[in-house]
Design a protein around this ligand. Sequence first.
Ligand code: NAG
Ligand code: NAG
Ligand code: NAG
Ligand code: NAG
Length: 378
Amino acid sequence: MVSRLAIWVVVLVLVIGENGGVSGGGPMSCGFPAIFNFGDSNSDTGSMSSAGGENQLPLGMSVGKKFKRACDGRLIIDFLAESLGLPYLNSTMDSIGTSYKHGANFATSGTKTGQYDSNPVPFNLGVQISQFLRFKSRTTTLYTNTSNDDQLVKSILPEPEVFSNALYTIDIGQNDIAYNFDLKSKPEIFDRYYDCLQRLLDNGAKFVWVHNTGPFGCLARIQQSKCAQDGSPCPAADEHGCLIQWNNVTQEVNALIKDRVYKLRAKYPDAVITLVDVYSAKYSLFGNPKSRGFDEPFNYCCGSQYIWCGGRELEVAGTFARYYESAKLINATCNNPSKYISWDGVHYTEAANRIVANLIASGTFSDPPVPIAEACHK
Ligand SMILES: *[C@@H]1O[C@H](CO)[C@@H](O)[C@H](O)[C@H]1NC(C)=O
Ligand SMILES: *[C@@H]1O[C@H](CO)[C@@H](O)[C@H](O)[C@H]1NC(C)=O
Ligand SMILES: *[C@@H]1O[C@H](CO)[C@@H](O)[C@H](O)[C@H]1NC(C)=O
Ligand SMILES: *[C@@H]1O[C@H](CO)[C@@H](O)[C@H](O)[C@H]1NC(C)=O
């Protein structure tokens, strides 16, 4: 008895030590073997870099190498993977030299829930789910039909059982706002969101971790583009300095996401669907930014004109081909990204992502309020 207790104490200390106390692997830990992630640039760890030309520094500068993310370093999904003791996820579009044993990432920059207007990036949430289902069926076939001697397949693909024990994470919606400001009049967009999650649940997903959408009116580029350009008065800001009108729209979107999540819970009572208030976690950064070393809450570190700093200049209108063919490398620099919340005006810095990830991994911002490591329990 004593020795078993001692072992638990050692295990807890080790886990807390490694993860900075973020989530822990205590007795309630689900031991998720893998993460399958879906979303936009907030969690894209290689799709855009693969499809649109490899990202260049200063993207990745804080980890000291090209890092395939719209950030100086790690994204929230990277910190969440760390907190679960799992490796960083790679995109299935970027498959060489990668193992998917502990999950795969389908998130692609620029995507929305559906392909309903001029956005040229075709990898919307529905397509990402289709890519995942194909990945799952191919993996299952290969795994089942591969002899035990074939170490390669078995070393890079997840065991078929992993799909029913994995954590499925979703972070999408920001581009639905960006491309489609008048979302309130189009609640059917979020019926697609419901359909997408339903396809995961119908295909064996049991544990789903849904992020709502961050405060659009706090994005540095929205601030700057809506303010002071033509000399007309700036739109109204709240006590943190975020633009009220845009945050109102974000909250409407988040209410639709919440409604669809609650409907899914009612339809799939055996699944555990956690709704994470990323909006409030991100918004809290703007409350007292200087106390966290963010001297420049509404400026951004990298670039001046384009939102893919150090990556490619993207032409937003037009076809998919034009989108990428027109991409030109941008030469940009950034000093001291840790003093900024915003990396490029739209995407957060690693320093900001780390704080948000710590906040949400703990469960404080979750409904139900369960830490990510325990998100198989209701
Ligand atoms: C992801 O890809 C990088 C190379 O781009 C590789 O170093 C890393 O090990 C990969 N991660 C996994 C989990 O395979
Ligand atoms: C294994 O391969 C055979 C022949 O290609 C195929 O008929 C069978 O469905 C495969 N097994 C699985 C589990 O996919
Ligand atoms: C934002 O929403 C609040 C509460 O619904 C409302 O009172 C306010 O008029 C809205 N402001 C703007 C600028 O849309
Ligand atoms: C890009 O920046 C590097 C170093 O800052 C400089 O040497 C190079 O000339 C620049 N290239 C262009 C095309 O501006």
